[in-house]
Design a protein around this ligand. Structure first.
Ligand code: PEP
Length: 256
């Protein structure tokens, strides 16, 4: 399957790092380093408290902004939660949903992620839906079953038209923050599976247009070979996105 009609996206997930001055400084460095010829999308996901200041730095540039999570309710008595209107007000067009740290540390279920997906779509926010298997799933040959269960649950009750707003990020849990990257072949084969599962759910045209990012220890040194795979449409980057020089290189991946 050719990726040539899908616009690549390189996204940086800053997780629970940086105070506002540091976040603004990093965003400014990345904005300054951005090639004017860049044809693909670049996105940053700072902490909620840093969204406003990063937005001030990147507005007017091609850099897009995402929250790292989002409430499924619109407003009200939900202490600690941040609403879709609040993240939009802070400059977000996208929201990362179902990140493995939300699933495994904060015990988010596919049911909860599904509610967040529906709210994001209704409110015009593009979900970047993260899915991925644990090491024991991969070692016992259950990767595809785990991914299919996540996809079925996270997209439950969502129409093809609604789902066409969604970007998927395949992030094997064993590769996140561990320095262990899936080999380009393993990542590609898994992306092919995800695309074929989405084709079963929503049809061929949908699957052909769906963007699937890879995440899990993407670095300046391995991004080119990952991005050379036909079904890898971008990268969701954690640790390496906190270093201006390294992330600049990831953003400007080379065609090989
Ligand atoms: C992530 O947080 O989504 C991620 C992939 O992290 P890292 O690049 O550090 O593995």
């Amino acid at each position: 399957m050719s990726s040539k009609n899908r616009i690549p996206m390189i996204a940086g997930n800053w997780k629970m790092n940086l105070v506002s001055g540091e976040a603004a400084e990093l965003a400014a460095a990345l904005r300054k380093n951005l090639s004017p010829d860049l044809k693909h999308e670049v996105l940053l996901a700072p902490s909620f408290t840093n969204l406003h200041c990063v937005h001030e730095v990147v507005k007017g540039s091609p850099i897009l902004l995402a929250s790292q999570d989002m409430a499924w309710e619109e407003k009200g008595a939900f202490t600690g939660a941040v609403s879709p209107a609040q993240i939009k007000d802070a400059g977000c067009t996208h929201s990362i949903l179902g990140h493995s740290e939300r699933r495994h540390i904060f015990m988010e279920t596919d049911e909860v992620i599904n509610k967040k997906m529906k709210t994001a779509i209704k409110d015009g926010i593009t979900p970047i839906l993260c899915i991925g298997e644990m090491l024991e799933d991969r070692e016992s040959g259950k990767t595809n079953d785990v991914l299919a269960t996540q996809l079925d649950g996270d997209f439950a009750g969502i129409t093809a038209e609604e789902a066409s707003r969604v970007i998927i990020a395949y992030e094997p849990v064993w590769a996140i923050g561990t320095g262990k990257t899936a080999t380009p072949d393993v990542a590609e084969a898994t992306h092919v599976f995800i695309r074929s599962h989405m084709e079963k759910m929503y049809g061929k045209n949908f699957a052909d247009a769906l963007r699937i990012l890879y995440g899990g220890s993407v670095k300046a040194t391995n991004v080119d070979e990952l991005m050379a795979q036909p079904d890898i449409d971008g990268a969701l980057v954690g640790g390496e996105s906190l270093k201006a020089d390294k992330f600049t290189r990831v953003i400007h991946f080379q065609k090989i």
